[in-house]
Design a binder for this molecule. Structure first.
Ligand code: HEM
Length: 409
């Protein structure tokens, strides 16, 4: 069925066009967005990959619109994965992509495991992981935070989450690094991604056998208890344990690197975080707004429909640009000023909104806050030894390298 336009609606062709792969967009997307918004009737623009939501309100509308789906099926298929591939099947049947009662059930289950008290009780564990890492490289006075620090925190924490020895963190970090590559939608990575997923699934299946013999208070034992109670299937246990690794490691490591890069470039703020730890939480969230890791979040139209007065055909891909929404003056007054004293700022969008809103946001916050707390307490100053670079835009933003010098207090 073709889309019928009416006088009060727009066609995709009425939207301004932007080049999301241009160097300008990848380094300062809000500059491009502000020009495009002058010609946009509704906060949307078109690009070679689909429709881009530029403003906070447009992103919020997309993320909350139940007529749009997460679309892992389309994303994996477009990247060249066959439906029979294990990673494809796992992604589409995980909590991140499910809908309806199955999704609600898994979300309630995992949400009650990651409850507020559980998350706050993580702080000493996370703090100890960080102190131990810093002990390892501090005597040198230099560190590459991208290879030696940021990815090690979530992978070590994940070993606690699933109840395995700390030594497994290296394996989990390697697998997670391979699985992340799917966001770049480059078929050249598919073989490595599939192989990594197979390794992970074998590992999780082995772990399940151990946890059945000796359950603990970890999330795998918790899911197995739910299986025994008939609430979830064995497949749910395997798929969602692997989904938790995908969801929790590179996302956090990348965003932590960006937050530390921002603080390193603001020596006064670094000092303030040490002098007054109460500023750490708002400083981290302002740094997330300023340097956003989850740059664009995908949604796909299930059917021909009208979104923000724009008629789109089924299958249209929407990208909610959290990175530009975070510089929207309607949502954040004086958006180009870095301010840690914003009064009740709107929630940043890089954790999504709506029924798939990130379940691990408080965990990621604890990891980032503890990293800032420990580093600012131990180091009087930190500086870049080489120019700071990121990669992955316009899909995600990850520090490419962060060779730093620091002075110990
Ligand atoms: C800075 C770190 C993180 C970022 C940027 C991030 C981002 C996201 C995003 C964008 C979504 C999808 C939201 C949507 O489509 O509306 C999501 C979902 C999810 N995240 Fe995170 N995440 C982070 C850390 C974590 C952690 C530490 C966990 C650990 C448990 C986690 C678990 C999940 C789960 C289970 C979902 C699926 C929720 C659902 O579909 O109902 N995330 N996250």
């Amino acid at each position: 069925m073709s889309v019928q336009q009416t006088a009060s609606t727009f066609g995709v062709g009425d939207l301004p066009e932007i080049d999301v792969f241009s160097a300008e967009f990848r380094s300062a997307p809000w500059e491009v967005t502000r020009r495009a918004l002058a010609d946009s009737p509704n906060g949307l623009a078109r690009s070679s990959r689909g429709i881009e939501a530029l403003t906070y309100a447009a992103c919020h509308t997309l993320f909350s619109d139940r007529r749009l789906k997460i679309g892992f099926d389309e994303m994996y298929a477009a990247t060249g994965f066959d439906e029979s591939s294990a990673v494809f099947q796992s992604a589409v049947t995980s909590i991140n992509n499910l809908e309806g009662d199955h999704h609600k059930n898994l979300r309630t289950l995992l949400g009650s495991y990651f409850n507020r008290e559980w998350v706050q009780a993580l702080r000493p564990t996370v703090g100890a992981i960080i102190e131990d890492l810093v002990d390892g490289f501090e005597p040198r006075g230099t560190v590459d935070l991208v290879t030696e620090f940021s990815p090690k925190i979530p992978s070590r924490l994940f070993t606690q989450l699933i109840g395995v020895p700390l030594a497994d963190a290296t394996f989990l970090e390697r697998i997670s690094d391979q699985l992340l590559k799917v966001v770049y939608m480059d078929p050249a990575n598919n073989e490595a991604i599939e192989a990594a997923y197979q390794e992970l699934a074998d590992y999780v299946n082995g772990l399940i056998k151990e946890k059945q013999k000796a359950p603990g208070d970890d999330v795998v034992s918790y899911l197995l208890a739910a299986e025994a109670a008939g609430t979830v299937s064995r497949r749910d246990v395997v798929v969602n344990t692997t989904a938790l690794l995908r969801a929790s490691t590179d996302t956090t490591s990348g965003q932590l690197g960006l937050v530390l890069a921002e603080l390193a470039s603001r020596p006064d703020l670094w000092k303030l975080c040490h002098a007054d730890p109460a500023v750490i939480a708002p400083a981290v969230m302002e740094a997330v707004r300023w340097r956003t890791g989850a740059w664009s979040i995908l949604r796909i139209a299930r059917e021909d429909l009208t979104v923000l007065d724009t008629e789109v055909p089924a299958g249209t891909e929407f990208f909610g640009l959290a990175a530009t929404a975070h510089r929207d003056p309607e949502a954040y007054p004086e958006p180009d000023v870095f301010r840690i004293d914003r009064k009740r700022p709107k929630p940043t969008l890089n954790w999504g909104t709506g029924i798939h809103y990130c379940l691990g946001k408080p965990i990621a916050q604890v990891e980032m806050e503890e990293a800032v707390r420990v580093l600012t307490r131990r180091w009087a100053a930190i500086d870049f030894a080489t120019p700071f670079e990121t990669r992955g835009e316009p899909f995600t933003s990850q520090p490419a390298r962060m060779e730093m010098t620091f002075s110990v207090r």
